[in-house]
Design a binder for this molecule. Structure first.
Ligand SMILES: Cc1cc2nc3c(=O)[nH]c(=O)nc-3n(C[C@H](O)[C@H](O)[C@H](O)COP(=O)(O)O)c2cc1C
Ligand code: SF4
Ligand code: SF4
Length: 357
């Protein structure tokens, strides 16, 4: 059985390649897209079944939707599991560049092990990066080349696991993954909420409702007759990629402006005023000073994000303001490609994220 989550199709593709390897060996296989299942009531898997979890990497970890699924997954005492993460692969000339897993495979393997599963495989595969809020989608020829490369890697891994062997190749990255662990925790606690509040629907939006319907975590709602992103958005990039009007943008100007403003206000007003009042946050019990500061600044950030994002939503009714937001969003420009994964899934439409919704 394979459980997968996929924002833009990479992890779904890996699940499909795995199923091809299984079918070739006449091994019956069930593939389940967790965004289409009841994640609150997960049935116990049949005993003596090999179970796989395949997911993209988000902020050096599995995305919360997959993490929660694994945390809620029923216990066992006689099942084997393997975990796979798809990462941000790139290509430089003929060199395939890997992404970074962080704690994605480690954390999920530990949780499954503690639930009684025997972990027989841990593998990262580097499909094209889909983080189109941060960089333009890769060019088609690069995408094709990376897909062909990763297909072979996945089939080899699948053959090994289906033959009853073990593969812990991902553990070779352990030193760098542990080094980067603090960043994955910061992304989980803070970063993902900031990214959630960078999306907006431009004037090209015709209110077709597709993004609202297809969001795997139901993070978009209509506010004032326009799509509005909540903090529950996991930045999976699905909506931004599938919008038929190419109307979903990332508000770079808004978020950079907010950070500059917050930094100025926090540094020059808050801390100076507190110092004037005789309160020095940096020396509150030495070892806790950085924590006090982090907590205070995070609180301010969340509060400002909540208010300013909503304010921007309404202020965009003013044409000049809307143009300002639009022209400071890099994603609006033509050169900023959306991500186009290869449609090798054509025979298995059911695996494409939310395709039959
Ligand atoms: C919000 C976000 C965070 C990401 N973080 C990482 C990361 O920490 N490490 C990495 O290698 N790739 C990262 N990526 C890239 C994706 O994991 C990668 O492109 C994946 O193959 C996408 O799979 P999908 O198409 O199934 O969603 C990130 C992508 C997004 C959208
Ligand atoms: S999918 Fe695009 S056009 Fe449709 S409602 Fe969402 S933003 Fe608007
Ligand atoms: S709102 Fe868009 S990016 Fe966020 S989780 Fe939903 S589909 Fe993914």
């Amino acid at each position: 059985m394979i459980y997968y989550f996929s924002g833009t199709g990479n992890a779904a593709q890996v699940a499909f390649w795995f199923s091809q390897a299984a079918e070739e060996k006449n091994v019956p296989i069930d593939i389940i897209n967790i965004s289409k299942t009841d994640r609150n009531h997960i049935p116990s898997p049949p005993s003596n079944t090999l179970i796989g979890f395949i997911s993209p990497t988000h902020g050096f970890n599995f995305p919360p939707v997959m993490l929660r699924f694994i945390f809620r997954f029923p216990r066992t005492d006689n099942n084997k599991v393997f975990v796979m993460n798809t990462r941000a692969g790139m290509k430089l000339s003929k060199l395939f560049l890997p992404g970074l897993s962080g704690i994605a495979l480690l954390l999920s393997s530990i949780v499954l092990y503690l639930k009684g599963y025997k972990v027989v495989g841990m593998r990262s595969v580097d499909l094209p990066s889909n983080w189109i809020s941060l960089h333009p989608g890769l060019k088609t020829d690069v995408v094709i080349s990376i897909f062909n490369h990763v297909k072979k890697v996945t089939l080899k891994f699948a053959d090994k696991i289906l033959a009853g062997k073990k593969d812990y190749r991902a553990l070779c990255d352990l030193p760098q993954d542990i080094l980067i662990a603090p960043v994955s925790i910061l992304y989980y606690l803070i970063g993902r909420f900031v990214f959630a509040k960078t999306f907006y629907a431009s004037k090209n939006c015709n209110n077709c409702g597709l993004c609202i319907k297809q969001c795997p975590v139901k993070a978009i709602r209509l506010l004032d007759k326009r799509p509005y992103w909540s903090f529950t958005c996991e930045s999976c990039m699905h909506c931004m990629n599938v919008c038929p009007q190419r109307a979903i943008e990332t508000a770079h100007g808004f978020i950079i402006g907010l950070f500059i403003l917050l930094n100025t206000v926090i540094q020059s007003l808050l801390y100076t005023k507190l110092l004037d009042a005789g309160i020095n946050l940096f020396t509150v019990g030495k070892s806790y000073s950085w924590l006090t500061r982090l907590l205070l600044e995070t609180l301010i950030l969340f509060f400002s994000l909540l208010i300013s994002y909503r304010l921007v939503h309404y202020l965009r009714k003013i044409k000049a303001f809307d143009l300002l937001i639009q022209y400071t969003s890099f994603t609006t420009y033509k050169f900023w490609r959306r991500y186009r994964p290869i449609k090798d899934l054509s025979k298995r439409k059911d695996l494409i994220p939310n395709s039959n919704n």
